[in-house]
Design a protein around this ligand. Structure first.
Ligand SMILES: Cc1cc2nc3c(=O)[nH]c(=O)nc-3n(C[C@H](O)[C@H](O)[C@H](O)COP(=O)(O)OP(=O)(O)OC[C@H]3O[C@@H](n4cnc5c(N)ncnc54)[C@H](O)[C@@H]3O)c2cc1C
Length: 517
């Protein structure tokens, strides 16, 4: 009885301490009892007092917004906390989604299906098809993501092939790119749910460990409080921006120069929150490392886009090439560079460098650099011959020269290339001056994270469910914690949406009265 009163006091507190934002939280919906009833369960074990029919979603990226929409559709009152002044998170820069068996594929005459996807899933993602989330994703990505989004105004162009989406042309480009997806979700958010500029700072648990609320702080005013809930969905994104956490997940990256390719919000704070109350992670070393850029002179922690990067040879510190330079969306490309010591240089001459490299976005803050400017700034090397270029980057001159000559012969069609199936567009390194520029290794997307079951419920390290706590999106390695093995896949936003729907629906219908004290 004392316990019941205490819980009800907490619920009452929520009424007087709403998060700052558009309107006060009304955690008790009409029809719920004003006072907790005396409820006795089987074996005369007392049940908990009912919690308000509120779902709190932390993070208004694609996954959190999806969870919020789904929870509201299931009848919950939703509070969506977003610490930024706008919604969308990482998806503002995104473009591609993966579907297997979509209407766009059918229209293009592409034969694809869940079974076809599952058959080749291990080969391009390294994932395990016996994982229930892999099965769930294969069978639900079209009806529960594609069709659900299409009903909300999202559309896609014709699918195209990409090695990191398997052998079938199933990567779909969103019409209007990531911002169109974000706008469509935003337009369908439950009225009054969104609290911009409000950060979740902690999770509240009851004496049995059930998560019953979220501590919040207004970023601008510092005002703070707690909102109580029957279900909490954490959808705070990945941890790619947090290089310390990346190196903790992948200790062998300790001495590798890492460049940030994620977005500043991917700081891993939600991961720490969930781990802090005993939540388990899965596949956490599946850090999505990409090699698709060099380092930016404006800020060497950030990427510089090199337009000719996949047209020229990349040479590791052994003086050998390491990868197919066109496979820039394939995480295994970076992994090969990491395995070979973590550094590689692209080599080129001015005939290959058809355009300048770019720091920043393609807008007013963009800064372009020619190869000579990059040399002057110390971000590239220049030499008049291969021997001197090898010395400038610290690799064996004979090995380097042999590698470049072999590559040049392949570009001329004299023999097959050992790394690239298709030499179309590949540019030789022939004319002085010759240049070398480092290939960046960049944590971009996380394919491992918080482990959740097929209801989106967070599992504890000992395997039990942490009641009341759900997670989705990149925080869960896109979905479930282990969709992939040692490689990612292009278009994982589909899994981010799917996980959001699952978590939102189950958080809204969490059987709060079925818990024994
Ligand atoms: C440049 C770029 C391009 C990409 N391109 C693609 C692509 O083409 N295809 C693809 O599939 N994927 C792509 N991705 C990855 C994809 O965008 C992300 O995996 C996805 O958007 C993650 O969504 P999310 O909702 O899980 O997390 P996020 O988008 O990171 O959203 C998390 C939200 O939570 C908020 N938040 C965090 N902590 C708190 C807190 N304590 N309190 C309140 N709010 C909090 C954040 O501000 C953010 O709004 C790309 C990523 C980047 C950076």
């Amino acid at each position: 009885m004392v316990y019941h009163s205490a819980v009800w006091f907490l619920i009452a507190l929520a009424c007087v301490a709403p998060p700052a934002g558009e309107q006060p939280v009304e955690p008790v919906l009409p029809g719920e009892p004003a006072e907790p009833a005396e409820i006795v369960g089987p074996g005369a074990m007392p049940f908990r007092a009912p919690l308000p029919n509120v779902v709190v979603v932390i993070g208004a990226g694609v996954s959190g917004m999806t969870a919020a929409i789904e929870a509201a559709d299931q009848g919950a009152k939703v509070v969506l906390l977003e610490r930024e002044s706008d919604v969308g998170g990482a998806a503002e820069g995104a473009q591609f989604m993966l579907f297997s068996g979509s209407p766009e594929e059918a229209a293009a005459g592409i034969v694809d299906s869940p079974a076809v996807l599952l058959e080749e899933w291990p080969s391009f993602t390294g994932g395990d098809v016996s994982d229930p989330w892999v099965q769930y994703f294969a069978y639900h990505n079209v009806p529960d993501v594609h069709d659900w989004l299409a009903e909300r105004g999202v559309s896609w162009g014709p699918p195209f092939p990409d090695a990191s989406g398997g052998t079938v042309a199933r990567v779909h480009s969103i019409v209007g790119r990531g911002p169109a997806l974000v706008d469509a979700l935003y337009a369908h958010l439950p009225a009054g749910a969104l609290r911009l500029g409000v950060e979740a700072t902690g999770l509240q648990q009851d004496s049995d460990g059930r998560v019953i609320g979220v501590d919040w702080a207004d970023v601008a005013t510092g005002e703070s409080g707690t909102v109580w809930a029957r279900g909490v969905v954490v959808a705070t994104g990945g941890f790619g921006w947090n290089l310390e956490r990346v190196r903790e997940a992948r200790p062998e990256l300790q001495d590798v120069v890492l460049t940030r390719a994620s977005w500043k919000g991917a700081d891993g704070n939600g991961l720490a929150m969930v781990e802090g109350i005993g939540g388990a992670t899965k596949n956490i070393d599946a850090v999505g490392l990409y090699s698709h850029s060099s380092r930016c002179p404006l800020n060497p922690e950030l990427e510089m886009l090199v337009p000719f990067l996949s047209m020229v040879p990349w040479v590791g510190m052994s003086g050998q090439r390491l990868v197919d330079e066109t496979a820039v969306n394939d995480l295994r490309t970076s992994e090969k560079i990491v395995a070979a010591g973590g550094a590689a240089w692209m080599a080129f001459d001015l005939d290959a460098a058809f355009d300048d490299s770019l720091c920043g976005s393609e807008s007013a803050d963009a800064v372009y650099y020619s190869p000579d400017e990059l040399v002057d700034l110390g971000f590239a090397r220049r030499a008049d011959n291969l021997t001197d270029l090898a010395a400038a980057i610290g690799v064996d001159a004979d090995a380097f020269a042999a590698t470049i000559l072999d590559y040049n012969e392949a570009t001329a069609g004299l023999h097959e290339d050992a790394y690239r199936d298709d030499m179309h567009g590949a540019r030789p390194v022939i004319r002085a001056p010759m240049y070398a520029m480092p290939v960046a290794v960049s944590p971009a997307k996380m394919f491992g994270g918080v482990e959740v079951d097929l209801q989106g419920r967070v599992l504890a390290v000992d395997g039990h469910v942490i009641r009341g706590l759900y997670a989705s999106g990149e925080l869960t390695g896109m979905a479930g914690g282990s969709l992939v093995g040692d490689a990612g896949f292009t278009g994982s936003l589909s899994a981010v949406v799917l996980g959001g729907r699952v978590a939102g629906a189950h958080a809204a219908t969490d059987p709060i009265l079925s818990i024994y004290k």
